[in-house]
Design a protein around this ligand. Structure first.
Ligand SMILES: *[C@@H]1O[C@H](CO)[C@@H](O)[C@H](O)[C@H]1NC(C)=O
Ligand SMILES: *[C@@H]1O[C@H](CO)[C@@H](O)[C@H](O)[C@H]1NC(C)=O
Ligand SMILES: *[C@@H]1O[C@H](CO)[C@@H](O)[C@H](O)[C@H]1NC(C)=O
Ligand SMILES: *[C@@H]1O[C@H](CO)[C@@H](O)[C@H](O)[C@H]1NC(C)=O
Ligand SMILES: CC(=O)N[C@H]1CO[C@H](CO)[C@@H](O)[C@@H]1O
Length: 458
């Protein structure tokens, strides 16, 4: 920079200072700095800390959703379909048992029991002959599984969820524990096997054409006790209980039973106010179902996000992912041998995300909360002995007797208006700056600056 230009700039600045209404400009450098810092801080607050969770108490008219259940039958495959498959593919009689054992145990596998997959040289030979590769596992299991909600026969023969004279929809879904059934859930459609594997709407049994079928049952104080019974399983089952805004978590099974379980629960909901829905995800710190940024699922829920975190962890350690994920990202699917050899040693890490046995490894999954959720508290729990002989099937009964006295609501406390007010306040307080002076500064440093250097000094 030549000394001529430096002088020109000095002249310009002193002219600005003498002509501008803001006197003592040199002394406000510090104040300007503080103003900028405070403004940035307000902006940060607006973006990341503008919502709070408040407690609501006017509980008389709230509709509280009943908790959801997901049940996995512990015998997965249909005998009829297996027989038909064995016949169609020409699997020999002396191979049949080994093959069936293998595929049944594969269908029943998850992170906690991969070591129990029943391998054999016979099954290996059949897999090789029929060219069944890991990427075909899920489709094969799906074809050999009967949808128990629409199987033939009387309604008493099917998996169903009865709520007095009405019914609640049951959907066959894909989970980290294979193909299971979920009921009283807000978004099973998007997790249903029909949607994930066939890209179709799940169909309801013809029986429901003439009766009332709900997706989720609500109750409020005036309804009193709400009960549903999710029954119709002929084999032992594993039960998972969760919020109706969620899917099951494979690490948190309620238990394995031949009979039926009865849960008495209390749900405390967390909702998000209308104005808060309009904010950015970072502002409210939660996601709605339709705001998914997951790679493997088109919908968002905290448990799905954790599943995806688990999947990525498995991929990192074993270089492949188990067959029970809807694999739209094209990652390699694990061969059953990899499931048996690589996965068991990381069992605790994959399920609980920390492993004190293997060098204290700890993994953090960055999963935001659901914007709508409910916190389910089990108040009472019983095993109903003898129900299987009574009802001819096993399942689970849900009772909601008590209603919550509080619920939580996310609310915005620092809006865009508050942000502007805060800038105005800071700027006014520290540098006496208003919109008019800002315009003056812009004018001086743009138009006048331009003319000044082109020689129009007046
Ligand atoms: C509660 O549910 C009932 C019936 O499902 C519905 O008519 C009512 O509008 C709901 N109330 C609120 C506050 O959402
Ligand atoms: C499926 O897995 C569960 C848990 O490991 C086990 O208890 C059950 O017996 C298995 N089912 C069959 C048919 O092997
Ligand atoms: C079955 O798997 C186990 C563990 O991976 C292995 O040691 C065994 O040799 C396998 N058996 C056959 C028949 O392949
Ligand atoms: C989804 O968004 C969260 C932050 O909201 C981020 O931490 C995470 O990495 C994102 N996940 C993917 C798969 O992009
Ligand atoms: C993200 C997504 O696919 N959401 C779908 C979930 O299922 C409902 C139907 O029940 C659709 O309307 C959503 O578009």
């Amino acid at each position: 920079m030549t000394s001529k230009t430096v002088n020109a700039i000095k002249n310009f600045v002193s002219e600005f200072l003498s002509k501008s209404g803001i006197h003592g400009f040199f002394y406000v450098g510090g104040a300007l700095y503080v103003t900028i810092m405070f403004t940035l801080e307000s902006w940060h607050r607006y973006l990341y800390a503008s919502t709070v969770v408040a407690i609501e108490r006017d509980h008389y008219y709230w509709n509280t959703s009943v908790p959801a259940l997901t049940i996995c039958p512990m015998k997965r495959l249909s005998e009829d379909r297996l027989d038909e498959y064995v016949k169609r593919k020409g699997i020999k009689d002396d191979e049949k048992q080994a093959f069936v054992d293998f595929i049944e145990s594969l269908a029943n596998s998850t992170y906690s029991n991969f070591d129990k997959i029943k391998n054999s040289t016979i099954a290996d030979a059949v897999l090789q002959r029929l060219k069944i590769e890991p990427k075909h596992y899920l489709r094969l299991i799906y074809e050999l599984t009967e949808d128990l909600t629409i199987k033939s026969g009387d309604i008493d023969n099917k998996v169903r969820n009865r709520n007095n004279q009405e019914f609640i929809r049951v959907t066959q879904i894909l989970t980290e524990y294979g193909i299971c059934y979920s009921t009283n859930n807000f978004f099973t459609y998007n997790l249903s096997t029909a949607y994930l594997l066939d890209n179709k709407m799940p169909i309801d049994d013809d029986f429901y054409l003439n009766v009332k079928l709900n997706n989720v049952r609500y109750g409020n104080l005036f309804d009193g006790e709400v009960t549903y019974s999710f029954i119709g399983f002929k084999t032992p089952i594993s039960i998972f209980m969760h919020s109706p805004y969620e899917t099951m978590s494979v690490a948190r099974s309620v238990g394995y039973t031949q009979e039926a379980f009865e849960f008495e629960t209390l749900s405390i909901e967390i909702i998000t106010s209308k104005e808060t829905r309009e904010t950015f995800i970072s502002q409210r710190g939660c996601r709605f179902h339709w705001e998914s940024n997951l790679t493997h699922y088109k919908v968002y829920s905290k448990n799905l996000c954790i599943s995806e975190c688990r999947l990525e962890l498995a991929y990192k350690h074993c270089k492949c992912i188990p067959h029970f994920y809807s694999n739209t990202a094209g990652k390699p699917v694990c061969n059953y041998k990899q499931l048996k050899t690589c996965f068991p040693q990381y069992k605790t890490l994959f399920l609980e995300f920390q492993d004190t046995d293997h060098g204290d490894e700890k993994v953090t999954c960055y999963c935001l909360q659901n914007c709508l959720d409910s916190n389910v508290i089990v108040e009472n729990f019983k095993v109903l002995e003898g129900t299987k002989t009574l009802l001819g099937s096993s399942g689970s009964i849900m009772i909601m007797k008590r209603y919550p006295l509080v619920r939580f609501q996310r609310e915005v406390i620092f809006t865009l208006t508050d942000f502007f007010v805060s800038i105005g306040g800071t700027a006014g307080f520290f540098i006496g700056c208003s919109v008019l002076s800002v315009i003056e500064i812009i004018y001086f440093f743009s138009l006048r600056f331009f003319w000044f250097f082109y020689g129009y000094r007046n």
